[in-house]
Design a protein around this ligand. Structure first.
Ligand SMILES: NC(=O)c1ccc[n+]([C@@H]2O[C@H](COP(=O)([O-])OP(=O)(O)OC[C@H]3O[C@@H](n4cnc5c(N)ncnc54)[C@H](OP(=O)(O)O)[C@@H]3O)[C@@H](O)[C@H]2O)c1
Length: 276
Protein backbone atom coordinates (compact mmCIF):
# COMPACT_ATOMS: atom_id res chain seq x y z
CA UNK A 1 0.00 0.00 0.00
CA UNK A 2 1.26 3.47 -0.83
CA UNK A 3 2.18 5.68 2.14
CA UNK A 4 2.74 9.41 1.95
CA UNK A 5 6.38 10.32 2.69
CA UNK A 6 7.11 13.21 5.05
CA UNK A 7 8.52 15.16 2.14
CA UNK A 8 7.32 14.16 -1.31
CA UNK A 9 10.24 14.36 -3.71
CA UNK A 10 10.52 14.50 -7.51
CA UNK A 11 13.03 11.86 -8.51
CA UNK A 12 14.55 10.97 -11.87
CA UNK A 13 15.95 7.44 -12.23
CA UNK A 14 18.00 6.25 -15.20
CA UNK A 15 18.34 2.53 -15.90
CA UNK A 16 14.82 2.02 -14.51
CA UNK A 17 13.86 -0.85 -16.84
CA UNK A 18 15.75 -3.48 -14.80
CA UNK A 19 17.89 -4.22 -11.75
CA UNK A 20 18.59 -1.52 -9.16
CA UNK A 21 16.78 1.24 -11.03
CA UNK A 22 13.51 -0.63 -11.31
CA UNK A 23 13.51 -1.83 -7.69
CA UNK A 24 14.32 1.67 -6.42
CA UNK A 25 11.47 3.05 -8.56
CA UNK A 26 9.04 0.52 -7.03
CA UNK A 27 10.14 1.35 -3.48
CA UNK A 28 9.87 5.11 -4.04
CA UNK A 29 6.43 4.82 -5.65
CA UNK A 30 5.24 2.76 -2.67
CA UNK A 31 6.40 5.63 -0.44
CA UNK A 32 4.42 8.17 -2.47
CA UNK A 33 7.30 9.98 -4.19
CA UNK A 34 6.99 11.27 -7.75
CA UNK A 35 9.15 9.06 -9.97
CA UNK A 36 10.35 9.66 -13.54
CA UNK A 37 11.69 6.33 -14.81
CA UNK A 38 14.04 6.47 -17.79
CA UNK A 39 15.51 3.77 -20.05
CA UNK A 40 15.54 2.68 -23.69
CA UNK A 41 13.24 -0.35 -23.25
CA UNK A 42 10.02 1.43 -22.30
CA UNK A 43 8.06 -1.83 -22.61
CA UNK A 44 10.00 -3.14 -19.61
CA UNK A 45 8.68 -0.23 -17.48
CA UNK A 46 4.93 -0.74 -18.10
CA UNK A 47 4.59 -2.42 -14.69
CA UNK A 48 6.05 0.57 -12.82
CA UNK A 49 4.02 2.93 -15.04
CA UNK A 50 0.91 1.10 -13.77
CA UNK A 51 2.13 1.85 -10.23
CA UNK A 52 2.38 5.57 -11.00
CA UNK A 53 5.79 6.13 -12.58
CA UNK A 54 6.17 8.67 -15.39
CA UNK A 55 7.96 6.84 -18.19
CA UNK A 56 10.70 8.48 -20.25
CA UNK A 57 12.28 6.92 -23.32
CA UNK A 58 15.90 7.87 -22.81
CA UNK A 59 19.21 6.75 -24.28
CA UNK A 60 21.91 8.23 -22.06
CA UNK A 61 24.33 8.33 -25.01
CA UNK A 62 22.00 10.76 -26.81
CA UNK A 63 22.24 14.33 -25.44
CA UNK A 64 18.92 15.33 -27.07
CA UNK A 65 17.03 12.44 -25.49
CA UNK A 66 18.52 13.26 -22.05
CA UNK A 67 17.59 16.92 -22.43
CA UNK A 68 14.06 16.07 -23.63
CA UNK A 69 13.49 13.83 -20.58
CA UNK A 70 14.72 16.41 -18.09
CA UNK A 71 12.75 19.19 -19.85
CA UNK A 72 9.57 17.11 -19.70
CA UNK A 73 10.02 16.47 -15.99
CA UNK A 74 10.63 20.17 -15.31
CA UNK A 75 7.66 21.25 -17.43
CA UNK A 76 5.38 18.85 -15.54
CA UNK A 77 6.77 19.16 -11.99
CA UNK A 78 8.67 22.45 -11.98
CA UNK A 79 11.51 20.89 -9.96
CA UNK A 80 13.89 17.97 -9.64
CA UNK A 81 14.93 16.93 -6.15
CA UNK A 82 16.93 13.78 -6.86
CA UNK A 83 18.76 12.28 -9.82
CA UNK A 84 19.53 8.57 -9.41
CA UNK A 85 22.16 8.36 -12.15
CA UNK A 86 22.27 4.62 -12.53
CA UNK A 87 22.19 3.46 -16.18
CA UNK A 88 25.23 1.41 -17.06
CA UNK A 89 26.54 -1.92 -18.26
CA UNK A 90 29.62 -4.10 -18.07
CA UNK A 91 31.73 -5.10 -21.01
CA UNK A 92 34.13 -7.81 -19.87
CA UNK A 93 37.26 -8.72 -21.80
CA UNK A 94 41.01 -8.15 -21.74
CA UNK A 95 42.50 -4.70 -22.21
CA UNK A 96 44.06 -5.75 -25.53
CA UNK A 97 41.10 -7.54 -27.06
CA UNK A 98 38.03 -5.35 -26.48
CA UNK A 99 37.74 -3.28 -29.67
CA UNK A 100 38.23 0.46 -29.21
CA UNK A 101 34.73 1.30 -30.45
CA UNK A 102 33.23 -0.92 -27.70
CA UNK A 103 35.50 0.71 -25.08
CA UNK A 104 34.35 4.13 -26.29
CA UNK A 105 30.69 3.09 -26.21
CA UNK A 106 31.11 1.80 -22.66
CA UNK A 107 32.51 5.20 -21.66
CA UNK A 108 29.67 6.89 -23.51
CA UNK A 109 27.11 5.03 -21.36
CA UNK A 110 28.89 4.63 -18.00
CA UNK A 111 30.79 7.94 -17.80
CA UNK A 112 29.55 10.47 -20.39
CA UNK A 113 25.97 9.21 -19.95
CA UNK A 114 26.14 10.16 -16.26
CA UNK A 115 27.82 13.44 -17.22
CA UNK A 116 24.98 14.28 -19.64
CA UNK A 117 22.44 13.80 -16.86
CA UNK A 118 24.49 15.79 -14.34
CA UNK A 119 24.86 18.70 -16.76
CA UNK A 120 21.15 18.56 -17.65
CA UNK A 121 19.85 18.71 -14.04
CA UNK A 122 22.37 21.03 -12.39
CA UNK A 123 21.05 24.36 -13.75
CA UNK A 124 17.66 23.62 -12.13
CA UNK A 125 19.19 22.27 -8.90
CA UNK A 126 21.40 25.37 -8.63
CA UNK A 127 18.33 27.53 -9.19
CA UNK A 128 16.48 25.65 -6.44
CA UNK A 129 19.55 25.79 -4.19
CA UNK A 130 18.84 22.15 -3.36
CA UNK A 131 19.12 18.70 -4.88
CA UNK A 132 20.80 15.32 -4.63
CA UNK A 133 22.77 13.47 -7.30
CA UNK A 134 23.30 9.77 -6.65
CA UNK A 135 25.77 8.12 -9.01
CA UNK A 136 26.05 4.35 -9.30
CA UNK A 137 29.71 3.35 -9.22
CA UNK A 138 30.93 -0.10 -8.10
CA UNK A 139 33.39 -1.97 -5.91
CA UNK A 140 35.44 -2.17 -9.12
CA UNK A 141 35.71 1.62 -8.94
CA UNK A 142 38.21 0.84 -6.16
CA UNK A 143 39.57 -2.58 -7.09
CA UNK A 144 40.33 -3.49 -10.69
CA UNK A 145 41.17 -7.00 -11.83
CA UNK A 146 42.12 -8.85 -15.01
CA UNK A 147 39.40 -9.21 -17.68
CA UNK A 148 37.19 -6.44 -16.34
CA UNK A 149 39.68 -3.59 -16.57
CA UNK A 150 37.87 -1.33 -19.06
CA UNK A 151 34.60 -1.65 -17.14
CA UNK A 152 36.44 -0.97 -13.86
CA UNK A 153 38.09 2.08 -15.39
CA UNK A 154 34.67 3.60 -16.16
CA UNK A 155 33.73 3.19 -12.50
CA UNK A 156 37.07 4.69 -11.33
CA UNK A 157 36.09 7.67 -13.51
CA UNK A 158 32.66 7.90 -11.87
CA UNK A 159 34.31 7.86 -8.43
CA UNK A 160 36.75 10.57 -9.47
CA UNK A 161 34.32 13.02 -11.04
CA UNK A 162 31.78 12.49 -8.25
CA UNK A 163 34.31 13.46 -5.56
CA UNK A 164 35.08 16.68 -7.44
CA UNK A 165 31.41 17.42 -8.12
CA UNK A 166 30.54 16.98 -4.44
CA UNK A 167 32.98 19.76 -3.54
CA UNK A 168 31.82 22.03 -6.37
CA UNK A 169 28.08 21.96 -5.68
CA UNK A 170 28.02 21.79 -1.86
CA UNK A 171 27.82 25.60 -1.87
CA UNK A 172 24.45 25.36 -3.70
CA UNK A 173 22.90 22.93 -1.20
CA UNK A 174 23.34 19.97 -3.56
CA UNK A 175 24.58 16.60 -2.25
CA UNK A 176 26.53 14.09 -4.34
CA UNK A 177 26.46 10.45 -3.27
CA UNK A 178 28.14 7.32 -4.63
CA UNK A 179 26.47 3.90 -4.60
CA UNK A 180 29.02 1.09 -4.62
CA UNK A 181 27.57 -2.39 -5.15
CA UNK A 182 29.61 -5.57 -5.45
CA UNK A 183 28.40 -8.55 -7.48
CA UNK A 184 24.59 -8.46 -7.51
CA UNK A 185 22.18 -10.64 -9.46
CA UNK A 186 20.33 -8.40 -11.93
CA UNK A 187 20.49 -8.41 -15.75
CA UNK A 188 24.03 -7.02 -15.43
CA UNK A 189 25.97 -10.30 -15.51
CA UNK A 190 24.05 -11.63 -18.56
CA UNK A 191 25.01 -8.51 -20.52
CA UNK A 192 28.63 -8.54 -19.33
CA UNK A 193 29.11 -12.26 -20.10
CA UNK A 194 27.41 -11.93 -23.49
CA UNK A 195 29.92 -9.16 -24.33
CA UNK A 196 32.81 -11.38 -23.18
CA UNK A 197 31.55 -14.37 -25.18
CA UNK A 198 31.22 -12.26 -28.33
CA UNK A 199 34.91 -11.27 -28.25
CA UNK A 200 37.61 -12.79 -30.35
CA UNK A 201 40.33 -13.24 -27.72
CA UNK A 202 43.84 -14.07 -28.85
CA UNK A 203 44.78 -17.70 -28.08
CA UNK A 204 47.35 -16.52 -25.50
CA UNK A 205 44.58 -15.09 -23.28
CA UNK A 206 42.20 -18.07 -23.48
CA UNK A 207 43.26 -19.78 -20.20
CA UNK A 208 42.92 -16.51 -18.23
CA UNK A 209 39.61 -15.60 -19.86
CA UNK A 210 38.11 -19.09 -19.26
CA UNK A 211 39.27 -19.05 -15.64
CA UNK A 212 37.80 -15.53 -15.15
CA UNK A 213 34.52 -16.68 -16.69
CA UNK A 214 34.33 -19.71 -14.41
CA UNK A 215 35.30 -17.74 -11.28
CA UNK A 216 32.99 -14.80 -11.98
CA UNK A 217 30.14 -17.04 -13.14
CA UNK A 218 30.31 -18.89 -9.81
CA UNK A 219 30.44 -15.56 -7.95
CA UNK A 220 27.26 -14.34 -9.69
CA UNK A 221 25.46 -17.65 -9.14
CA UNK A 222 25.90 -17.09 -5.39
CA UNK A 223 25.50 -13.31 -5.34
CA UNK A 224 22.65 -11.49 -3.58
CA UNK A 225 19.73 -9.80 -5.34
CA UNK A 226 19.30 -6.02 -5.62
CA UNK A 227 17.47 -5.51 -2.29
CA UNK A 228 20.38 -4.23 -0.14
CA UNK A 229 21.54 -1.88 -2.89
CA UNK A 230 18.04 -0.50 -3.47
CA UNK A 231 17.63 0.02 0.28
CA UNK A 232 20.92 1.94 0.39
CA UNK A 233 19.70 4.19 -2.42
CA UNK A 234 16.47 4.89 -0.53
CA UNK A 235 18.56 5.75 2.55
CA UNK A 236 20.74 8.05 0.43
CA UNK A 237 17.61 9.78 -0.91
CA UNK A 238 15.82 10.18 2.41
CA UNK A 239 18.72 10.89 4.80
CA UNK A 240 18.86 14.47 6.03
CA UNK A 241 22.61 14.34 5.64
CA UNK A 242 23.59 11.40 3.38
CA UNK A 243 26.94 9.64 3.49
CA UNK A 244 29.26 10.40 0.58
CA UNK A 245 29.37 6.72 -0.47
CA UNK A 246 27.38 3.60 0.34
CA UNK A 247 29.06 0.21 -0.13
CA UNK A 248 25.95 -1.93 -0.51
CA UNK A 249 27.09 -5.57 -0.36
CA UNK A 250 29.49 -7.59 1.79
CA UNK A 251 32.10 -7.85 -1.00
CA UNK A 252 31.99 -4.13 -1.76
CA UNK A 253 32.44 -3.33 1.94
CA UNK A 254 35.36 -5.76 2.40
CA UNK A 255 37.34 -5.93 -0.83
CA UNK A 256 38.76 -2.36 -0.91
CA UNK A 257 39.88 -2.77 2.73
CA UNK A 258 41.47 -6.16 2.06
CA UNK A 259 43.28 -4.76 -0.98
CA UNK A 260 44.84 -2.00 1.12
CA UNK A 261 46.39 -4.65 3.40
CA UNK A 262 48.51 -6.10 0.58
CA UNK A 263 51.15 -4.81 -1.79
CA UNK A 264 50.02 -4.58 -5.44
CA UNK A 265 52.16 -7.57 -6.35
CA UNK A 266 50.76 -9.74 -3.60
CA UNK A 267 47.19 -8.71 -4.42
CA UNK A 268 47.80 -9.55 -8.13
CA UNK A 269 49.07 -12.97 -7.10
CA UNK A 270 46.02 -13.65 -4.92
CA UNK A 271 43.60 -12.60 -7.66
CA UNK A 272 45.39 -14.61 -10.35
CA UNK A 273 45.48 -17.67 -8.09
CA UNK A 274 41.66 -17.47 -7.98
CA UNK A 275 41.59 -17.43 -11.80
CA UNK A 276 43.40 -20.69 -12.41
N1 LIG B 1 24.71 -5.89 -10.81
C1 LIG B 1 25.99 -5.72 -10.47
O1 LIG B 1 26.71 -6.71 -10.16
C2 LIG B 1 26.57 -4.34 -10.39
C3 LIG B 1 27.67 -4.14 -9.54
C4 LIG B 1 28.23 -2.85 -9.44
C5 LIG B 1 27.68 -1.82 -10.16
N2 LIG B 1 26.62 -2.04 -11.00
C6 LIG B 1 26.10 -0.88 -11.73
O2 LIG B 1 24.74 -0.68 -11.37
C7 LIG B 1 24.06 0.02 -12.41
C8 LIG B 1 22.75 -0.69 -12.70
O3 LIG B 1 23.05 -2.03 -13.08
P1 LIG B 1 22.07 -3.25 -12.78
O4 LIG B 1 22.85 -4.26 -12.02
O5 LIG B 1 20.78 -2.79 -12.29
O6 LIG B 1 21.99 -3.82 -14.29
P2 LIG B 1 20.76 -4.14 -15.25
O7 LIG B 1 19.76 -4.97 -14.55
O8 LIG B 1 21.40 -4.68 -16.49
O9 LIG B 1 20.15 -2.69 -15.56
C9 LIG B 1 20.87 -1.75 -16.31
C10 LIG B 1 19.99 -0.59 -16.66
O10 LIG B 1 20.77 0.38 -17.39
C11 LIG B 1 20.04 0.77 -18.53
N3 LIG B 1 20.89 1.18 -19.64
C12 LIG B 1 21.94 0.53 -20.18
N4 LIG B 1 22.43 1.21 -21.23
C13 LIG B 1 21.66 2.32 -21.35
C14 LIG B 1 21.65 3.42 -22.26
N5 LIG B 1 22.52 3.54 -23.26
N6 LIG B 1 20.72 4.39 -22.08
C15 LIG B 1 19.82 4.31 -21.07
N7 LIG B 1 19.77 3.29 -20.20
C16 LIG B 1 20.69 2.31 -20.36
C17 LIG B 1 19.20 -0.44 -18.91
O11 LIG B 1 18.03 0.00 -19.60
P3 LIG B 1 17.73 -0.21 -21.16
O12 LIG B 1 18.57 -1.35 -21.64
O13 LIG B 1 16.26 -0.49 -21.18
O14 LIG B 1 18.07 1.10 -21.76
C18 LIG B 1 18.82 -0.99 -17.54
O15 LIG B 1 17.65 -0.38 -17.08
C19 LIG B 1 25.04 0.06 -13.59
O16 LIG B 1 25.64 1.34 -13.61
C20 LIG B 1 26.07 -1.01 -13.24
O17 LIG B 1 27.32 -0.74 -13.82
C21 LIG B 1 26.05 -3.26 -11.11
Amino acid sequence: MSTQPEIKQCILITGASAGFGKLVAEKLLAKGHTVYAAARRVEKMRDIEAKGAHILHMDVTDTESVKAGVDQMLAEQGRIDVLFNNAGYGSYGTIECIPLDEIQYQYDVNVFGLARLVQAVLPQMRKQRSGRIINTASVVGHVSTAVLGWYASTKFAVEGFSDALRMEVKQFGIDVVLIEPGAVKTEFDEVAFAKLDSLDHAEDYQPLVSAFRKFTGKLYSKSPGPESTANAVIKAIEAKSPKTRYATTMDSKLLPRVKRLFSDKLFDKIVLSQMK
